[in-house]
Design a protein. Structure first.
Length: 101
């Protein structure tokens, strides 16, 4: 119950995709969900494809702003800049939308 209450007050949730990210279901309308996925996941057959686990589930949560970022490049300056710009823009958008209400 405490986790659900905390999540219901959360504006931006950052998580790796998979089972742990399922708590995003309790985010409030308009919140942002940033999911890191393994873009170099080994596969038994065929080329390496991004492992965007549960992508159908998260992309259909229409009340959330869902963003996918590859985990392997987060140590590169350009991707870190993209990540911080994304977080900043989401926080600014959420803050301005809450002032209007």
């Amino acid at each position: 119950p405490q986790q659900m209450k905390l999540l219901s007050l959360t504006c931006v949730l950052i998580s790796a995709c998979g089972g742990g990210a399922s708590t995003a279901l309790f985010l409030p309308k308009g919140a942002s969900l940033v999911l890191f996925f393994n873009d170099r996941a080994p596969t038994k057959t065929g080329p390496r494809l991004p492992a965007r686990l549960d992508s159908d589930y998260f992309q259909n949560l229409g009340y959330l702003n869902v963003h996918w970022l590859p985990s392997s490049s987060m140590m590169e300056e350009n991707d870190l800049n993209l990540f911080t710009t994304l977080l900043y823009s989401q926080i600014v958008n959420l803050a301005s939308s809450r002032r209007v209400r």
